[in-house]
Design a protein around this ligand. Structure first.
Ligand code: NCD
Length: 357
């Protein structure tokens, strides 16, 4: 039987291992591309390479008026809702810009105090309401599983529209991982590719959702070693390392950033996620002074190594690094717009038309 969210109960779907959920989330009649985008586990290497190729194509087309107008003509008949009940700058704006590139019109709720949630409406009912007026929901919420539950709900409603997860609690941030992979692919494009690299994650690896999603996506490339550098209190959680071990990926934990920089092809810095503190001032009690990237680390970074950060940063990357050609965080941001354009175009089945332009 065709794997589709309409043919599986909500409970059975939610209980599946993440990788087994992929076929249920694909675009009906498509070629393995996502309809709902909920987890990093939906992307394998061929799909990542298709997305990167599409993002490259869009990036080049957008440079000319003719190309930009063609892109803008593709989805003028579609509307997207940006539902962000957690703070966001880049993820919100780059999705908005991606919609604009492809001609979608957009609506947004950025603060539930301005929507009927304030009057006591459930998030589920709110999202269902959006589906009455829009053709795509891009959502960020503090709840872990809401995007997934709503994907099932909408696929089983009379308005089965796609959901794109723009950050689900501490759990997943699949489109950030896509832009991170796109940045890595571009950075190592003429330098032997992304395989056999050492990627060092540093900072709050426990509560940072970008790390969970990117760590998984990296398993699609052979020979990648992952090093997790963090204070004990914020070390990478076991669900992440269990996946790596099961896939035979080399990984290690460390508390020494400086010692690991010389052997890193990419250092992925993250912010302390203190919005998740369970008691006031909890994070401030952790000594994070050795988990910052400054001039000393920059001097130790290999010539072709790169520094990444999902942003926003606080002081975990010193501003003296900003103009170094190895600082990739500004480019990451712009790459987000291109890869999200590619993902939205794919979601609506426009990959071939763009690649054939
Ligand atoms: C990240 C997030 O929201 O998880 N930001 C982003 O989307 N670029 C990282 C963070 O907030 O630290």
């Amino acid at each position: 039987m065709e794997k589709n969210l309409q043919y599986i109960s909500r409970e059975d779907f939610l209980a599946l291992p993440l990788e087994d959920k992929r076929p249920y989330l694909e675009r009906p009649g498509g070629d393995g591309e996502p309809f709902h985008t909920l987890f990093a586990q939906q992307f394998d290497r061929p799909l990542l390479e298709r997305l990167a190729a599409l993002a490259n194509r869009i990036r080049f087309m957008a440079k000319t008026k003719e190309g930009a107008l063609f892109l803008k003509s593709l989805l003028t008949h579609k509307r997207a809702m940006l539902y962000f009940s957690q703070p966001s700058s880049r993820t919100f704006l780059s999705h908005l810009a991606a919609c604009q590139i492809l001609g979608l019109t957009t609506g947004s709720v950025r603060d539930t105090a301005t929507s009927s949630e304030f009057k006591g409406e459930s998030k589920e009912d709110s999202i269902r309401t959006f589906s009455s007026y829009f053709d795509l929901i891009i959502m960020r919420t503090p709840e872990k599983g809401l995007a997934e539950q709503m994907a099932w709900e909408l696929s089983n409603s009379d308005r089965p529209i796609p959901i794109l997860n723009a950050g689900s609690g501490k759990d997943q941030h699949p489109t950030q991982a896509l832009l991170d992979i796109y940045t890595l692919l571009r950075s190592f494009e003429n330098k032997g590719g992304l395989q056999n690299r050492t990627i060092t994650f540093c900072g709050d690896l426990l509560r940072g959702r970008t790390v969970r999603s990117l760590s998984y996506l990296l398993t699609n490339f052979p020979g990648i070693r992952q090093i997790f550098v963090a204070p004990d209190a914020w070390q990478v959680p076991q669900d992440v390392t269990d996946i790596l071990s099961a896939k035979g990926v080399a990984w290690e934990k460390s508390s020494d950033l400086r010692g690991n920089v010389p052997q890193s092809d990419a250092v992925y810095m993250t912010r302390i996620q203190d919005e998740w503190d369970e008691s006031k001032g909890e994070s401030a009690k952790v000594d994070s002074s050795r988990f910052k990237f400054g001039q000393e680390e920059l001097d130790l970074l290999p010539k072709d190594g790169i520094i990444m950060h999902p942003l926003p940063r606080r002081d975990e990357i010193a501003t003296c690094c900003d103009r170094d050609p190895r600082a990739m965080y500004w480019r990451q941001m712009r790459n987000g717009m291109w890869i999200r354009s590619a993902l939205i175009a794919m979601t609506f089945g426009y990959e071939k038309q763009i690649m054939g332009f």
